[in-house]
Design a protein around this ligand. Structure first.
Ligand SMILES: [Zn+2]
Length: 388
């Protein structure tokens, strides 16, 4: 475990920087509504009292279930409640000490469904829009991400597996949004997080059982914890998707995924549509028979070959919105059929494969080591304490 120390020291250096308090207090700062530009919201406090602090000094005590209208005006924030105007501020924070309190945010311009968040909410205005940061306990954040990723019906060994991967991702990406004043965003760019929506106390308790656990390589570096829905029976080398090769993100046979619900898929287009697409992408079809367009992948390949010409399968996947790049091509009359397996990029852990493994009695270290060969599961919590 000695090799872990440089990583932890680095981690501490990052975390001791003002605004990056993850290790000290177990708090993460998540940028909300990353995929939208929000101008106005209604804030609804939960069943407990909240405090609103405006411009770092003015305090307002909000009774349970208060409603506030918050909008942006000339790059400042206007706040009013049902009866009165509260003011125009540069920054507003909604704070609560209670562990089980939460606050609802309902964007009304644009209209987005109500989301509820534990912890504190910090509101700022920039470039004419509102920005929201949720300061939340890292384990509550992880529980919400795991719930969003894995649903509510999975085996607890799967939830443990996903919890450790989410924590690993978080630690590896604490600097991702440093310029914007938070650590991770709530969109697919980082990990999808919708606050307490569909909160599961059971998942939260499973997350707490894995407290401090992260995945490292054999030199103690935090791994790139890639995951996807279903590998289709064979995972993918990282360098085929993201250029960078990692020794623990290597292609391997994955029979577990073939029992997942997204194991197989099919899509049909016209043969003419396919030919037009090939020509648009610079493929010369003169003198090429239709049968030459048939294609098989008994194992994963990177390219679709027509004679000495080729196209990236990932590009075809993206252009036709296919579930995966692991497909065969058949011809049927005037139509072309993609018959594929898996869902997602295929690198790292297959979530559905991991669910099947958990249901069949494997426990989380076996699942993680199956999908990330050669890695270690390290207890950062304990190691951190030992360093003090
Ligand atoms: Zn992000």
């Amino acid at each position: 475990m000695k090799a872990l120390k440089p990583v932890i020291l680095l981690f501490f250096t990052l975390c001791m920087t003002p605004g990056f308090l993850f290790a000290q207090e177990g708090v993460v700062r998540v940028g909300l509504f990353n995929d939208n530009i929000v101008y106005s919201v209604v804030i609804r406090t939960g069943p407990l009292q909240h405090q609103m602090v405006a411009d770092d000094s003015l305090q307002f005590f909000l009774s349970p279930n208060s409603l506030l209208y918050v909008t942006t005006i000339e790059d400042r924030i206007l706040v009013r409640d049902k009866n009165k105007f509260l003011g125009v501020f540069n920054g507003v924070e909604f704070l609560s000490d209670a562990n089980d309190s939460y606050i609802g945010i309902k964007p009304i311009a644009p209209v987005i469904e109500l989301r509820e968040y534990g912890g504190n909410i910090i509101v700022k205005s920039s470039h004419g829009a509102l920005s929201f940061i949720n300061e939340i306990s890292a384990d509550q954040y992880i529980a919400a991400v795991v719930r969003a990723e894995g649903g509510s019906e999975a085996h607890f060994e799967y939830y443990k597996t996903q919890s450790i991967l989410c924590r690993t991702f978080l630690l590896a990406n604490l600097d991702r949004h440093r310029e914007e004043g938070f650590q991770v965003c709530d969109g697919t760019h980082c990990q999808v997080y919708h606050g307490r929506t569909n909160w599961s106390q059971h998942i939260y308790e499973v997350v707490l059982e894995t407290a401090g656990l992260v995945v490292t390589d054999n030199r103690g570096n935090i791994i790139s914890a890639a995951f996807h829905s279903n590998s289709g029976g064979e995972t993918v080398n990282s360098e085929e998707i993201w250029v960078k090769r990692e020794p623990y993100l290597v292609s391997k046979k994955d029979p577990w995924s073939l029992k997942g619900k997204h194991a197989f898929w099919q899509k049909e287009i016209t043969l003419d549509e396919w030919k037009d697409y090939l020509i648009m992408n610079g493929i010369r079809l003169n003198g090429i028979s239709d049968n030459t367009l048939i294609f098989r992948q008994p194992y994963r390949r990177q390219f679709y070959n027509i004679g000495d010409q080729s196209l990236s399968l990932e590009q075809i996947r993206a252009d036709f919105h296919l579930n995966s790049a692991f497909f065969d091509i058949y011809l049927q009359g005037d139509n072309l059929i993609f018959r594929g397996s898996g869902y997602g990029h295929g690198v790292g852990l297959s979530q559905e494969g991991a669910m099947v493994m958990a249901n069949e009695g494997y426990w989380y270290p076996e699942i993680i080591k199956f999908y990330f060969p050669g890695v270690l599961i390290s207890d950062f919590g304990e190691e951190t304490i030992k360093l003090d």
